[in-house]
Design a protein around this ligand. Structure first.
Ligand SMILES: [Ca+2]
Ligand SMILES: [Ca+2]
Ligand SMILES: [Ca+2]
Ligand SMILES: [Ca+2]
Length: 332
């Protein structure tokens, strides 16, 4: 017996086979989140369960090299990737006599699943192509506002649409964790205490109307913040004034200038998440027991998988006119 996509409504009801076997299935996995086993249990296994009206699961084992798995991240070498279902790449659909555990350690990610619940029916793929499409998710702050670099200033406010790049390092402000390139992170420069002067709601120590996170000379003493440091420690936030009451870069009365060039010290690492949508073209599932019944779908949405946070390093393309002493290979 073969059922096609247009007949799924019928499959959702009880279907009586010739031999009296009752098939109960909903295949109601659309737009659900897939769970991924960790790479130190069962690598490249994704699954989801449905315990609402019937007890069923759909799991996918992929051995293909087009993607790798580390922590809670799928890294794909192409986008989208297409993996034919054959050999060690397979989809298994099961129904059970009782609720099937959803937690990774409780069932699917074990090499040998527990004896209960009992599997009533098992279908395995005998054809089809898995298509995984991966895209980056927008990074939102606590208020649900887009903040790509997570520095606390909304991306729109950072001139995302205009491509604003305050320090000219080639990384636009909305992706730059140190917007003015003074080696103090924006997240550190941003907030004002109750009595502090502000500009646009952000700390503005020298009250020149430019908030500290965009001001290369925060205390307005004529010495750039990046140079209010010592050879021992090139980070401005870690150099205190003589009285030990304030960092030097926020004390207008402290005007010692470092004569070297500190360079860019802030590794511009931003956190991103990815979402992978999984569909199968021409999925064919065969009942491993009984009469070998097959169920086919021309296109089946298996749901999506959302990664954990991934560190992405953005390298400056321009040091703002200052030569950086990196090891460049000589051409001749
Ligand atoms: Ca920024
Ligand atoms: Ca800064
Ligand atoms: Ca200022
Ligand atoms: Ca200064």
């Amino acid at each position: 017996m073969r059922l096609y996509l247009g007949l799924i409504v019928l499959v959702m009801l009880l279907t009586s086979c010739d031999d009296g076997e009752i098939i109960v299935t909903t295949f109601d996995f659309d737009e659900e989140n897939l769970t991924m086993c960790s790479s130190n249990t069962r690598e490249k296994v994704l699954y989801h369960t449905n315990n609402l009206n019937v007890f069923e699961s759909l799991s996918m084992e992929l051995s293909n090299n087009l993607f790798t798995q580390e922590d809670q991240v799928l890294t794909v070498s192409d986008n989208p990737i297409e993996i034919p279902l054959s050999g060690n790449n397979r989809i298994i659909y099961r129904t059970y006599n009782a609720e099937v555990p959803e937690a990774p350690g409780d069932y699917f990610c074990r090499d040998i699943p527990p004896a209960t619940p009992t599997v009533l029916q098992e279908y395995e793929s005998v054809g089809g192509i898995v298509v995984i499409t991966t895209s980056q998710l927008p990074t939102l702050n606590r208020d649900g506002v887009l903040d790509h670099d997570g520095d606390g200033i909304p991306s729109i406010e950072e001139g995302m649409d205009e491509g604003l790049d305050t320090d000219g390092d080639g990384i636009p402000d909305y992706l730059d964790r140190d917007d003015d390139g003074d080696n103090v992170e924006t997240s550190v420069e941003r907030d004002a205490n109750t009595d502090d002067p502000t500009a646009n709601g952000y700390l503005d120590t020298d009250e020149d109307g430019i908030p500290n996170y965009l001001d290369p000379d925060d205390d307005g003493d004529g010495v750039l913040t990046r140079l209010e440091v010592t050879e021992d420690n090139l980070y401005p936030a870690r150099n205190q004034n003589d009285e030990n009451t304030s960092p030097r870069y926020l004390d207008p009365n402290f005007t010692q200038r470092y004569t070297g060039e500190p360079g860019n010290l802030i590794d511009n690492i931003i956190k991103v998440r990815y979402r992978s949508d999984v569909v199968v073209q021409n999925l064919q599932l065969r009942n491993l027991g009984g009469d070998g019944e097959e169920i086919s779908f021309t296109l089946k949405n298996l749901g999506s998988f959302t990664s954990g946070q991934v560190d992405v390093v953005l390298e400056p393309t321009d040091e703002g006119g200052d030569e950086d002493d990196t090891d460049n290979n000589n051409e001749g």
